[in-house]
Every structure is written in C-alpha cells, then in structure tokens.
Design a protein around this ligand. Structure first.
Ligand code: CS2
Ligand code: MG
Length: 409
C-alpha cells in the first residue's frame, strides 16, 4: 500500500501543534503528532524538508522498517526533534494499518488488558483554600487521581499553578508556553519550596483523606540530595509519585534519592529513547516511565521501552499535557489499554478551539479514559479549521535564582 502523499500541518488553535498526515494510494490517511513545545517549527521543517521526500512510494505497512530507516539513515540519532519527527511518521503508519485492518489500534496491539485507563488531572492553588477548591473541581469532573501543585511563599511564579497571572492572559497551567516574543523569566528558591511543600500535602491529606491518589511534579528543580530530602518528608502523605525530582541526564543521580526515600519516582517526559532510561530501569531507580509517544519515537519505540520496563515491574505514566496534541494523546491511550504494565495516564484537557480542529473519539468517564472503537487511532483533523489558526511564536518560561543564576524551569 504505497504512500502517495505526506503533509505537515502546523496550526495554533489554543496553542501550536504539528501534525503529519500520510495518505496512501488506497485513500487511507493516518495522523501523527510531532509537537515539541516552544520548538515546533524545527520538527515541522525536519519532517517537511528531510523526511517527507523519503516517505513517498514507501509501503505504508512496513512500520518497523520505516522506523529503523528513519532512525539509522539519519546518521544523527536521538534527540527531541528527530524522535518527535519519527514519532509522527510511526503513529500515522499505525493509524493507517489499524484502519486498513478495520479495527481500533489497541486491538492490533494485542487487545484490551483493562476496561478503562485511570487518568490524573492537574489541581493547583496559590493558597490552601484555592488548592482545595481546585481539587474539588477536578473530583467533580470525575478525576479519581489528582496532581497537586502549589505556589510557594517568597516565589513569584511557580510551575503548574493555574490562577497566577501570565503575560498573555491565558490560565497558567493550561498552557505554560506563552505567545510572547521572548521566554518569560521566572524566579525560584528550592529551600523555600522544600520548607513549604510537606505542609501542603499534610493539609490535603487532612482535608481529603488517605485514599485519594496524589501526585506531584518537582519539574527537574532539585539537586539529588534535595530530592532525597523532599521524598523522605513526603513519605507520611503516601504520594502515588514524585515526578522529575531532579534532572536525570545523569541517571546515577537517582541512586542517592533511592537510598533515602520510598516515595515512588516518575521520570522521563524529556527523554527521547530507551537509552535515556537504561540505568534508571536496570537499577530499579524509578517506578514509572513518563515518556510521551510523541517525544519517544512513537508506538513502535514506546512499546519496546515499556516491555523493557515491565521486566523490572516498572509501570507506565505517559506524559499527557496540552502540548501533546489529541493525536498524540489518542496514540497513548491505545497503548495504555493494551500493555500489561500500565500505571496511570496524565490527562490535561485541550481547549475548545483545539477540539474544533481535532475530532476525537476517546472518552473520559468516571475517572477513566478509553480510546474508543473507531478504526485507527480515532482522531480526524479538520484541515479547514486548522487553516484558520496559523502558527504563533511561543516560548516556555525559564528560571533564575535570586543571585541571577539560570536554573531548571
Ligand atoms: C509537565 C508538562 O505535565 C507535566 O508533567 O511537566 O506540563 C511540561 O511542563 C510541559 O509539557 C512542557 O512543555
Ligand atoms: Mg512533568
């Protein structure tokens, strides 16, 4: 089934998205997500200028061969741009194969291993009353697992806190990347954060009880010993996971964290290949793999990564913020439903304009997601609607410490 066309569609309904649409000689189309927040055009160019010419005439059914060809023939391997581009092609080809087979993708991946996909939502607050209100609002929406992010006294802007003002008037946690000519500068103080956070979780547990699964994102901001200290301080509050507690380029850094705390650890949303996890998985230094299908080479690579993790009883915790498009989210849900070592799925809801551009068949009911029964991945792109929202430059913020030092955001 020859590929006869491959189009790169960049649109910006509520935020920028890069979508690849592959069309076969039989008229079957497949969609893939290549969105890399704040660097979208680099993937669009990688696809348009380098990959699309290589796809025309290829047999759309040969997914593994296409993956290996794109990974090895590039010579320059790995990295966020390359792996997002390969992911877009891979998911589009899986979408086509499942449509050709007349079944939802999860059936092609081995069928359902569960009836639904536990999702977690993002609650946050500048103070406890606001945080409690945000948690209740998410419980009312049906979420049964909640990520808790909070402001910290003495720090002006903290990742993941919804209500604080942003430069372009949008809700903060909804879209961290801001449509501004330059990245917004934010401030950070780890010692203030470490003093404040345990008290917040104590208050949340007192208010909502011991059962509710609670998650927290450290967003790469602590040194290993600071992460160990926080993990230990949070143990009484029985977190589902502490995420990205320290930058993990140096995977061995997690050995120090592991020595000091039993708080479960999740890492990997900025990783792009299985190689980024080798030590972390082999030495049981993490409990959840946080990669996104869109940033880790697609379904083909993610399945191999999660199969590797399964040998160590490490589970999935796939990255699902709004900068993963509905196409990337749908692909993740098919994988979530089929794999055995499923842990939890992040689910930040897309905005109304995004839902106009991407028609989705996945559902969220009583805290559980389901990819739906449509053949393929179950998402269609309205190209006319997409054309109404041209690309708009946007940047993620960055951090400086009190002495002006650039710090992880
Ligand atoms: C975050 C992301 O959802 C998360 O866990 O770490 O929102 C992250 O900040 C964005 O994806 C960055 O683009
Ligand atoms: Mg995160």
């Amino acid at each position: 089934m020859k590929i006869v066309a491959a189009d790169v569609i960049v649109s910006s309904p509520d935020r920028n998205f890069v979508t690849l649409k592959i069309t076969t000689e039989d008229g079957i189309t497949g969609l893939g997500d290549g969105t890399l927040n704040g660097r979208e055009l680099s993937v669009a160019s990688y696809l348009r200028d380098h990959v699309v010419p290589l796809l025309i005439g290829r047999d759309a059914h040969r997914i593994e061969d296409a993956w290996q060809f794109l990974y090895r023939s590039a010579y320059w391997r790995r990295g966020p741009v390359t792996m997002a581009a390969i992911a877009a092609v891979d998911v589009a080809l899986w979408d086509i194969k499942a449509k050709a087979a007349g079944m939802p993708l999860y059936q092609l991946l081995g069928g359902a291993s569960r009836t639904g996909i536990m999702a977690y939502g993002h609650a946050s607050g500048r103070d406890l009353p606001e945080l409690f209100d945000s948690i209740r609002a998410h419980l009312d929406q049906g979420y049964r697992s909640i990520r808790v992010q909070t402001s910290v006294p003495g720090i002006n802007a903290v990742y993941g806190v919804a209500a604080q003002p942003s430069t372009d008037g949008k809700r903060y946690d909804y879209e961290p990347a801001q449509r501004t000519p330059l990245p917004a500068e934010e401030d950070w103080d780890t010692r203030a954060y470490l003093r404040h956070l345990p008290g917040v979780f104590e208050a949340v547990r007192n208010e909502f009880g011991p059962e509710l699964p609670l998650l927290h994102d450290g967003h790469h901001r602590m040194t290993p010993i600071q992460a160990a200290k926080l993990g230990k301080a949070l143990e009484p509050y029985d977190l589902f996971w502490l995420e990205d507690c320290t930058p993990a380029e140096n995977q061995e850094a997690l050995r120090l964290v592991r020595q000091h705390t039993t708080t479960p650890l999740a890492i990997g949303e900025v990783f792009n290949t299985v190689w980024d996890y080798q030590t972390l998985i082999r030495e049981q230094l993490i409990d959840y793999v946080r990669s996104a299908v869109t940033h880790t080479g697609g379904i083909t690579a993610m399945r191999k990564l999660l199969d590797f993790a399964a040998q160590y009883q490490i589970k999935s915790g796939i990255h699902g913020p709004t900068d993963i498009s509905p196409v990337g989210m749908a692909a993740a849900l098919h994988l979530d439903l089929a794999i055995h070592n499923f842990g939890i799925q992040e689910y930040m809801r897309h905005g109304s304009l995004t839902n106009e551009v991407f028609r989705q068949s996945f559902s969220f009911t009583d805290g559980y997601l389901h990819p739906g029964e449509q053949p393929g991945i179950g998402v269609e792109l309205d190209e006319e609607a997409a054309a109404r929202f041209p690309y708009q430059p946007a940047y993620l913020p960055f951090n400086r410490l009190q002495d002006g030092t650039v710090h992880d955001w």
